[in-house]
Design a protein around this ligand. Sequence first.
Ligand SMILES: *C/C=C(C)/C=C/C=C(C)/C=C/C1=C(C)CCCC1(C)C
Length: 247
Amino acid sequence: MELADYNLVFNSLSFAIATFGAGTVFFFAQRSQVAPAYKTALTLSGLVCLIAFYHYLRMFDSFNHAYVLSNGVVETTGAAFNDAYRYVDWLLTVPLLLLELVLVMRLSKEETYSKGTKLAFAAALMVALGYPGEISGDVGTRWMWWILAMIPFLYIVKDLVSGLGASISKQPKAVQGLVSNARTLTILSWTFYPIVFILPMLGIGGLVAGEVNAAVQVGYTIADIVAKAMFGVMIYMIAQRKSDAGA
Ligand SMILES: *C/C=C(C)/C=C/C=C(C)/C=C/C1=C(C)CCCC1(C)C
């Protein structure tokens, strides 16, 4: 790994730790600012940041065990970078993020339950199908798992576009724009992940199992910050505006 790539990965992992640590404190503190119906959504935002904070600490640690700097040259130690932290993180946080969106919309109990379980299940399946591809150094194997993981992914996107789309029109006027923006942010930031996944298959940044591809790590880290922390701020704004409107 080149020094510039090493620095890029080191700094972005470090930045993510700071962002998710701050996000955890912020979202838990802001629970007191919203009506009781929306407190769970904020609790979930705080939990998502806390889970990510922990996993980024572990990834940073794993990265520092796999690579060391000696006289300005990056050396491998023989220890593999552990991608499992990222996937375990997604397995926990991705369903929670979808529940956040469903909860803040305050649909009927049945709708919340059925939408919440369907979306959470599809999200967990998507992450589980992506992992065998992520740890493979074989282009064909990676494409196969990518295609399989795209099935639940497209199901989620379709549901966010059509299913939640219908519910958005039933939201109070004051938040319709915000809810629709939160949904757009989710779709755009989530689409980033399958694109980042294929970078090494397109010859960007090298493809060796157990070795860090800087473009992939930085790409996932940016997407995580948008999909978890920025999304959490939008959920907070929706919750606060709906609380003010007594909705
Ligand atoms: C906080 C973390 C989030 C929002 C993670 C989202 C992850 C995805 C949308 C991942 C999707 C993938 C595919 C659609 C195919 C290839 C494998 C994945 C897991 C990268």
